[in-house]
Design a protein around this ligand. Structure first.
Ligand code: FPP
Length: 227
């Protein structure tokens, strides 16, 4: 049997809060550890022979409902993360991109996000796409609105192109922490994705577990609605 190629990977990084709770720590410690895991996974993906994009669910349109202190912490963490990881992007040839509506973030953070994109735009080994203030329903609605404003036809091809990223069909979606749902993540792009759920909490996730999941993915018979 022919092995599936993995080009576009997406991950719902879940379980930071539970990881911290299990250790008697504040939830924010789980997020800090979670941000470090992003680096390991990004490095692994940048060295992988076929992965071209990794899309990570970092902050959803629903995450604003969390206590203000946690939201503020996540904003600060993102700021710190971008500052620190610029080195990683340069070292591993990673282009940084985002999906989601950035207009809700502070002007300072938006500036930093855009500067990081600008500085890494010529890298081609891997594109890391952070989903920030992202929700799939919001993304699809914005895409349709854009087409209507431009007086363009509403069809699948045009919607795909009007989404936040030039359309990438996700091959493999992983969710950590044992929850088995999509939580409004990439609903359009995961129509034919393989879905993998692992009980591992995100701060404990490693590149070797990712490799094991990829091995299983290679062996799945993908039919895309055919026989
Ligand atoms: C889910 O854990 C995690 C998130 C809210 C998003 C992922 C965030 C990170 C990995 C850290 C920060 C990332 C960046 C880019 C700075 P949860 O809090 O929902 O965990 P729980 O379900 O156990 O409570």
């Amino acid at each position: 049997m022919k092995k599936n190629t993995l080009t576009n990977l997406a991950i719902i990084m879940d379980g930071n809060g539970r990881w911290a709770k299990e250790r008697g720590l504040a939830r924010t410690k789980g997020h800090e550890k979670g941000a470090e895991v992003i680096r390991e996974i990004t490095e692994y993906c940048s060295n992988h022979p076929t992965i071209k994009t990794v899309t990570l669910y970092a902050f959803s349109t629903e995450n604003w409902k969390r206590p203000k202190m946690e939201v503020d912490f996540l904003m600060k963490l993102l700021e710190k993360y971008l500052k620190k990881e610029l080195k990683t992007y340069h070292k591993f040839g990673v282009k940084f991109e985002t999906i989601g509506d950035l207009s809700k973030f502070s002007p300072k953070l938006q500036k930093q996000i855009n500067a990081t994109k600008e500085e890494t735009k010529n890298y081609t080994k891997l594109t890391q796409i952070l989903a920030l203030n992202y929700g799939a329903r919001d993304e699809i609605t914005r895409a349709v609105k854009k087409l209507l404003e431009q007086n363009r036809e509403i069809n699948q091809d045009n919607i795909s192109k009007a989404l936040d990223t030039p359309y990438t069909d996700i091959d493999l979606l992983i969710r950590t922490s044992g929850e088995q749902r999509l939580s409004n993540f990439l609903l359009w792009q995961t129509s034919y994705s393989e879905l993998f759920f692992t009980p591992t909490l995100w701060p404990d996730f490693t590149s070797s577990e990712l490799e094991e999941i990829i091995e299983k993915y290679h062996m799945v018979d993908r039919k895309f609605g055919g026989l």
